[in-house]
Design a binder for this molecule. Structure first.
Ligand code: MN
Length: 422
């Protein structure tokens, strides 16, 4: 033992993408989020980390319901009351309203929760959180960078070529992270391990499901190269719902969402990351995944009308408590009789049908193109825009080329507008 070293090394728990208040089709998910909060508190009691880091998308929408907000604030209050860690660090994601997250930030500091809903160009030091060790000295520095909107990274200049635009965005991105990381190191002092947060899409990461991560397909920012990030001991990322290490580096992680955010993620193991640091910056970091229990079983039921009915009967007979999404993918004919039979099939059971879709590829009787009946919820706004362009014969080829990019930009600015800001 060396007298200079701390007796206990620092530990954090990293999670993200709670999407509290989110729904699955029309079904609310409060019971699952509330169960997750209980499970997370148990984990904190067992692990006794110094900090809990939540890397964005706390809420599913800019105006979450009061019940979703009550769940979040109660969790912060309970963590504080029970002294389950020394700091909770929350950064905004693309689904969060920055001003909504920030509104109680001053009050939450008194619960040892630091909330960074968005960057403040005039105060980059506001993104630095120092987590004390057992002696009260800085034991861990956190560069708590939230989701970066395009407007955060560059000022619009008319006539920028696309290549210049991308270069400016990347330079703005690099410079912001470098600045906050330097401030964090400076504030913490030499040798203190550094954690960087981000809610973003980095090149190298894989998408689990284009439907629940649809924002990724919109806009033209593209993935940021991970090489633009400064050196750190651990990177706590959010945005992708599948837990994953970037480029095989265990210390560079997307924690993934604790709940499956769509039926495409049903059956996927969900986890939070438990991260233990060495005595000083640069020491090896130990990462362990704690699997989140399945609070509500989901099952996509697909196939012919007969196989769909058969599977539902099996689930009912097995007394399964399961939410299902029914999709007919093969077979001919009218699905009316099947749809009419479904309520009776599951009546009185714990099988709940959240959605039923005709996903058959064959042509419609009227011979229309695009044949399969795709629900609007399966398309992005950009998909719909492209289909409308394809239908409009008055457009030139050139217009078809550039209109989608322009539309994507407008869409992005609409989606990123913080309506409740005032
Ligand atoms: Mn996100």
């Amino acid at each position: 033992m060396h007298g200079m070293e701390k007796s206990v090394d620092m530990k954090i728990i990293h999670t993200s993408d709670w999407h509290w208040g989110g729904r699955l089709h029309d079904q609310d998910r409060y019971a699952e989020h509330e169960a997750f909060a209980e499970w997370l508190k148990d984990l904190l009691r067992r692990e006794k980390p110094e900090a809990l880091v939540v890397a964005g998308d706390i809420f599913d929408t800019c105006a979450p319901s009061n019940r979703a907000q009550a769940g979040y604030y109660s969790l912060l209050a309970e963590i504080y009351k029970e002294e389950l860690c020394r700091a909770v660090v929350v950064v905004g994601g693309n689904h969060d309203s920055p001003s909504m997250l920030n509104a109680p930030a001053q009050a939450l500091v008194h619960l040892k929760a630091w909330v960074i809903g968005e960057i403040d160009a005039g105060n980059p030091a506001g993104e630095v959180v120092l987590v004390p060790d057992a002696t009260g000295k800085p034991g861990l520095a956190i560069a708590a960078v939230p989701y970066l909107r395009e407007g955060d990274l560059r000022r619009d200049e008319a006539g920028d070529a696309e290549a210049d635009r991308t270069a400016k965005l990347q330079e703005g991105f690099r410079a912001h992270y470098a600045h906050v990381a330097a401030l964090a190191r400076e504030a913490a002092g030499p040798g203190v391990p550094l954690v960087l947060t981000g809610h973003l899409n980095l090149s190298g990461a894989t998408l689990s499901d284009v439907r629940s991560e649809r924002a990724l397909r919109i806009g033209n920012l593209g993935a940021m190269p991970a090489a633009l990030l400064p050196r750190a001991d651990y990177y706590a990322f959010g945005h992708l719902h599948t837990p994953q290490a970037l480029g095989g580096h265990d210390c560079c992680r997307y924690s993934g969402s604790p709940l499956p955010m769509s039926f495409a993620e049903a059956g996927q193991a969900k986890s939070v990351a438990v991260v233990e640091f060495g005595s000083k910056a640069g020491d090896p970091v130990m990462v362990r995944l704690e699997e989140v229990p399945v609070f509500q079983r989901l099952e996509p039921v697909q196939g012919s009308p007969d196989s769909v009915s058969a599977r539902l009967r099996e689930l009912v007979a097995a007394q399964a408590s399961v939410w299902v999404e029914v999709q007919v993918t093969t077979g001919a004919g009218d699905l009316g009789p099947l749809w009419n039979s479904l309520p009776g099939l599951v009546e009185g059971s714990a099988v709940q049908i959240l959605a039923q879709q005709d996903g058959r590829p064959q042509a419609r009787p009227d011979g229309a193109r695009g044949a399969e009946v795709i629900g609007l919820e399966q398309l992005t706004p950009l998909d719909v825009f492209r289909m409308r362009l394809a239908d409009d014969s008055s457009l030139s080829d050139e217009e078809r080329q550039w209109l989608p990019a322009l539309f994507a930009e407008v869409l992005k600015s609409v989606q990123e507008a913080d309506a409740q800001r005032e």
